[in-house]
Design a protein around this ligand. Sequence first.
Ligand code: F3S
Length: 419
Amino acid sequence: MKYAVITFGCRVNQADSLGFEEALLAGGASAAPPDLADLVIVNTCSVTASADQGARQTIRRVARANPGARIVVTGCYASRRPDELAQLPNVVLVVPNDDKARLIPLTRVPAGIGDGPCGALIEPGVAGRTAFTLRVQTGCAEPCSYCIIPTTRGAPRSQPVEDVLREAERVVAAGFKEIALTGVHLGSYGRDLASPSSLIDLLRALNGVWLKPETTSGDVLFRISSLEPMDCSSEIVDLVADSPRFAPHFHLPLQHASDRVLRAMRRPYTIERYAALVNDIRARIPGASIGTDIIVGFPSETGDEFEQLAVYLESSPLTHVHVFPYSDRPGTPASALADKVPGTVVRERARRIREIGQRLAARFLASQIGTSHRALTLEDGTLAVTGNYLKVRIPPGRARNEWVQLRVASEHHGELLGG
Ligand code: F3S
């Protein structure tokens, strides 16, 4: 039995998809391109209207190119509008997020009848990814006014610390050298557990295990994925600054630099607090990469408020900016707000922030010329990613998933060259 998994959206979805692949491989199925697969799982995102549209287009394209395919749709769009997706060609099953753990049994793929090596283990490179994305939490109880995710992912649920440690050990034993820790609201990790814990407790526990000299597989690097600014405590910054086990990389969604817009978005921090946080990170960890997400064109955003955002970003120590033009999600409080910003204005504002993002990224790359790093090889071994998320081209001769020591020598058309 041949399968394909197509994943949209965030790292949480990537982590879920990795779980599907693992179960399918263990049952003896083998991976194939979607056009040749018997079973195609489409793991959808619904964060914007264009995410929904992308999923529909993909399903139609797969059905056209591979009329015999059985398509199973899951993810956030499948949780939000199962009826819409069930009508699309070749869709045999729609599985909401809450049933993802049962998705493979529901598809009725009998274990052990595949043509792959039965019981094959997951290994680095599955789904084209060298790092393992480990979901330690899902769900969110603090909805932002524009966000649909709390309705698609439900209440917060965390994996107990011991389970995360066990899973991380299994993944390291399978050969992974980098683990990205992710969650829908990662910073709320542990609050819902029977014996409450916190993200810093979890990070310290992981750090403690992998810093022990007797741990033979002491090579692993943990990367903290997106963290809400109010959850990025000084303890977390201290740990990342002090421990070689944590990548000097932060992703702290700002969304806006006007306190009025932040309040309307229901984001519980001020621009002053955010700026102090990223300035502190830059001072403590000079080479850290610090990414952010920005929404432009939120309902009622004025020209002055937008300029405030542009001015802040230009002067900030941020290194990567993802721009999201505001997208109305039916049922959210923001979608009921009057004073929508016209589409042409939203697009122009997005273009300007993207330009600023390019300047910030270029400035960061330039600041990194001449620096030395340990980096993990990707793809065919001629690209390596550093802890601070630089992708550096290196001479051939390495395999994927090896640690290398490199020096960033130069930059050529946005690509870093190292040796
Ligand atoms: Fe998209 Fe759902 Fe993630 S809406 S961003 S896949 S939590």
